[in-house]
Design a binder for this molecule. Structure first.
Ligand SMILES: Cc1cc2nc3c(=O)[nH]c(=O)nc-3n(C[C@H](O)[C@H](O)[C@H](O)COP(=O)(O)OP(=O)(O)OC[C@H]3O[C@@H](n4cnc5c(N)ncnc54)[C@H](O)[C@@H]3O)c2cc1C
Ligand SMILES: NC(=O)c1ccc[n+]([C@@H]2O[C@H](COP(=O)([O-])OP(=O)(O)OC[C@H]3O[C@@H](n4cnc5c(N)ncnc54)[C@H](O)[C@@H]3O)[C@@H](O)[C@H]2O)c1
Length: 462
C-alpha cells in the first residue's frame, strides 16, 4: 500500500479536531481530517445540542403547567414526543450542516470518512489508505460507559445517544447515575410526563459537588416528582413482562425496581480501545485515557491528544480550550498549559447550577483560611418577580488576599451569572473591588456585590 504524506492528521471531528484542522490549513499545511461518524461529534449530535433543545421543550411544558400562577389558562398540557424530537432533529441537523459547510470550505484540509487506526509511529490507516504525517492530533472523544453488569445483555438499555431516538415519552424511566447526564434527563423526562426513578450509588447526588448543592438539586427535582434511591448501586438487570427490572445493592437490603425503560448515565469511556495506540507508542491509563502533559502532548513525539480522550476535561469548552492551547503552542511557539485554566461548567437542570473555580469542599481540602458568602435565591428581586426562587448563591474567598476562590450558583440564570465570578478570578479582581461595583437592577447579577459584602469565616466542620 502506498503511503500518502500530509503535514498534519487530525483524528476525530468533534470539538477540538475541526478547529485545529482549520488553523493548520490556514497556516499553509496539508491536513487530513478523519471522522468515522458524524461531523460535530458528541456535543452537536448526542450531547449538548440535543439535550439542551429537550431541556428547552421541557421548560416550556413546565411553564405552561404553571399558567395559573402567572395569570393565564392553557387547558391540559400534553407532550407529543414526536414533535419534540422533530424540533430537536431540526436544530441538530442545521448545526451539523453548518459544521459540514465549514469543513468543506477549509483551505488545505481533506475531509476523509472512515475509522482511523495507528499502524506505526505517525502512521494511520483509514479504509484502504495509509497516511503519514509529522504532526497528529487525536480528538476521538468518549461514549457512554456500559459496565458488564449481570443480565445487562438480556434487556434493552438506553444511553445518551439512543434515548434521543424515543418517539414516545417513557411510562417509567429508570436512570442509573445521579450526575450531570442522569439529572438533566431525569428532570426533562419528568416534565414530559414520565415517572422517573434515579439510582445513585453515592450517598448523595452529584458526588463532585458540595453537599448543600447536591441536597438542594435533589429537593428541586423531588418537588417535581422525581424519585431518588441514594446509596444504591445498580448491580443487575433482568427482563420483566414488557418491562426492565433492575437490582440495586443497598443497606440493609437489596431491592428491585421495575420500569418501562432504563437509561445508563454511569460515566464515559474514551474511544481509544480501537485506535492502535500501542503501534504508535502512545501511552494510555488503565481506563483508556491517553496520557498527556500540560500541553496535551502524548508519550509519542509529534502526537497530541485533545478533548475528552485525554482525561483533562469532559466538556465542550475544555475540548475547545485544548485546541486553543495546542494551536498557540504548535503554530505560534507559545507555551500555554491546561493547568492555567480555571475549572468552570454548568448543570443544565432548571434552575441551573453554574460553577466556577473551587467548591467549598475543594477549599476545605486545602486547609486555607477562607470566607464564605451564601444567599438564598428568595433574596433576589428578579427571581421573586419571575417566580423562580429555588436555589442559592455561594461564593468562597481567600481570607488573607480576598481573592475569589470559587462559586456555586444554583438558581435562575446561575449558568450565566457565574461568569462574573469566573472572570473576576481570571483577572484577579478582589472580592472587595467586585463588592463595590454597581450592577443593574433588577437582575440576578446584582446580588453578586451584595453576596461579597456579607462574608463569614468558613467554619471548621463539627
Ligand atoms: C448527554 C450529554 C450532554 C452534554 N452536555 C454538555 C454541556 O451542556 N456542556 C458541555 O460543555 N459539555 C457537555 N457534554 C460533554 C461534551 O459533549 C463533550 O465533552 C464534548 O463533545 C467532547 O468533545 P471531543 O472533541 O473531545 O469529542 P467528541 O465530540 O466526542 O468527538 C470525537 C469524534 O471522534 C470520532 N472518532 C472516534 N474514534 C475515531 C476513529 N478511530 N477514527 C475516526 N473518528 C473517530 C467520533 O465519531 C466523534 O465524532 C455533554 C455530553 C453528553 C453525553
Ligand atoms: N451540563 C454539562 O456540561 C454536561 C451534561 C452532561 C454530561 N456532561 C459531561 O459528561 C460526563 C459524563 O456524565 P455522566 O453523568 O454520565 O457521568 P459522571 O461520571 O458524572 O457520573 C456518573 C454517576 O453514575 C454513578 N454510578 C456509576 N455506576 C453506578 C452504579 N452501578 N449504580 C449506581 N450509580 C452508579 C456514579 O456514582 C456517578 O454519580 C460528565 O462528567 C460531564 O463532563 C456535561
Amino acid at each position: 500500500m502506498d503511503q500518502e504524506r500530509f503535514d498534519v492528521i487530525v483524528i476525530g471531528a468533534g470539538q477540538a479536531g475541526p478547529a485545529l484542522a482549520a488553523r493548520c490549513g490556514r497556516a499553509g499545511m496539508r491536513v487530513a481530517l478523519i471522522e468515522r461518524h458524524l461531523l460535530g461529534g458528541t456535543c452537536v449530535n448526542t450531547g449538548c445540542y440535543p439535550t439542551k433543545t429537550l431541556v428547552a421543550s421541557a421548560r416550556a411544558v413546565h411553564l405552561a403547567r404553571r399558567g395559573d400562577e402567572f395569570g393565564f389558562e392553557t387547558g391540559p398540557v400534553r407532550v407529543d414526543m414526536r414533535r419534540v424530537k422533530a424540533r430537536m432533529d431540526g436544530i441538530v441537523g442545521a448545526v451539523r450542516a453548518d459544521v459540514e459547510t465549514w469543513v468543506r470550505g477549509m483551505k488545505g484540509v481533506e475531509w476523509i470518512t472512515g475509522h482511523a487506526c495507528f499502524t506505526a509511529p505517525r502512521t494511520v490507516r483509514v479504509g484502504e489508505r495509509e497516511l503519514k504525517a509529522d504532526r497528529i492530533f487525536i480528538d476521538v472523544g468518549a461514549r457512554a460507559a456500559r459496565p458488564p453488569l449481570e443480565g445487562i445483555d438480556t434487556v434493552s438499555t438506553l444511553d445518551n445517544a439512543s434515548v434521543l431516538q424515543l418517539q414516545e415519552v417513557p411510562r417509567h424511566l429508570l436512570i442509573v447515575g445521579g450526575s450531570y447526564i442522569g439529572l438533566e434527563f431525569a428532570q426533562l423526562m419528568r416534565r414530559f410526563g414520565a415517572e422517573v426513578s434515579v439510582v445513585e450509588r453515592s450517598p448523595r447526588l452529584l458526588p463532585r459537588e458540595d453537599t448543600d448543592v447536591a441536597e438542594e438539586v435533589q429537593a428541586i427535582l423531588e418537588r417535581e416528582g422525581v424519585c431518588f434511591h441514594l446509596a444504591s448501586e445498580c448491580v443487575a438487570f433482568a427482563p420483566g413482562e414488557a418491562t426492565v427490572r433492575m437490582r440495586a445493592r443497598c443497606e440493609p437490603q437489596d431491592f428491585w425496581l421495575e420500569g418501562s425503560h432504563v437509561l445508563l448515565a454511569m460515566g464515559r469511556t474514551p474511544n481509544t480501545g480501537d485506535l492502535g495506540l500501542e503501534s504508535a507508542g502512545i501511552r494510555a491509563d488503565e481506563r483508556g485515557y491517553i496520557e498527556v502533559d500540560d500541553q496535551c502532548r502524548t508519550s509519542a513525539e509529534g502526537v497530541w491528544a485533545v478533548g475528552e480522550c485525554n482525561g483533562r476535561g469532559a466538556f465542550t469548552h475544555t475540548a475547545w480550550n485544548d485546541h486553543e492551547i495546542v494551536a498557540a503552542n504548535v503554530l505560534h511557539g507559545e507555551t500555554r498549559s491546561v493547568r492555567d485554566r480555571i475549572p468552570c461548567y454548568a448543570l443544565f437542570t432548571d434552575p441551573p447550577l453554574g460553577r466556577a473555580g473551587m467548591s467549598e469542599q475543594d477549599v476545605r481540602a486545602t486547609g486555607r483560611s477562607a470566607l464564605v458568602g451564601k444567599r438564598p435565591m428568595e433574596r433576589v428581586g428578579r427571581a421573586r418577580e419571575s417566580g423562580e426562587t429555588q436555589g442559592f448563591m455561594k461564593v468562597l474567598v481567600d481570607a488573607q488576599t480576598r481573592q475569589i476562590l470559587g462559586a456555586s450558583l444554583l438558581g435562575l440564570a446561575g449558568d450565566e451569572v457565574v461568569h462574573i465570578l469566573l472572570d473576576a478570578i481570571a483577572s484577579g479582581i478582589t472580592a472587595a473591588a467586585l463588592a463595590r461595583t454597581m450592577h443593574i437592577h433588577p437582575t440576578v447579577a446584582e446580588l453578586v456585590p451584595t453576596l461579597l459584602q456579607d462574608l463569614h469565616p468558613l467554619q471548621e466542620r463539627a
